[in-house]
Design a protein around this ligand. Structure first.
Ligand code: ZN
Ligand code: ZN
Length: 158
């Protein structure tokens, strides 16, 4: 069966699709994500970089420094400025899509919350959620199936 997820910016100039099941979805509570979103945290979905296709629209990019201290390039709509995805130097073979730009965003609730040390004090996270002070170890946190798919893909990149 053909897999397809569709997403767009707020003005609709930029439309994209993802043709393979995403790997992992996480919420980041770090200070930069608060500024970038104007909110308490961001929800990001990690996908294989060959599964993303821009359907229409023009995007610009900016170079930022990620929480890891390594560079990251963010891509946003030229018309409305909505941040659609990011390419982290540390995430080889992957892109990080802003989950809420997906039509079916509710299919992807956060599987982990990171940078909890910067979490807004008035925000209550349920006890059973996967919360991490900073970052997690993907080997222990990602579903087996996603890890396997990612590792197989990395082999093809060499
Ligand atoms: Zn963050
Ligand atoms: Zn737009």
């Amino acid at each position: 069966m053909k897999y397809e997820l569709k997403g767009k910016c707020v003005c609709g100039e930029v439309k994209y699709k993802i043709i393979e099941k995403p790997l992992f979805t996480q919420a980041c509570h770090c200070k930069d994500c608060k500024v970038l979103t104007g909110s308490s945290y961001v929800v990001n979905t990690s996908i294989l970089d060959n599964s993303f296709f821009l359907i229409k629209g023009k995007m610009s990019s900016a170079k930022l420094t990620a929480g890891s201290g390594k560079p990251c390039k963010v891509f946003f709509c030229n018309s409305c400025g909505v941040f659609v995805y990011a390419d982290y130097d540390t995430a080889i073979g992957r892109l990080t899509v802003r989950t809420k730009t997906l039509e079916d965003a509710n299919m992807f609730p956060p599987q982990a919350h990171i940078f909890i040390k910067d979490k807004d004090p008035w925000l209550n996270l349920e006890k059973n959620q996967n919360c991490f002070e900073l970052m997690y170890d993907a080997e222990k946190t990602w579903p087996e199936e996603s890890l396997k798919r990612y590792k197989e893909y990395l082999k093809t990149k060499k």
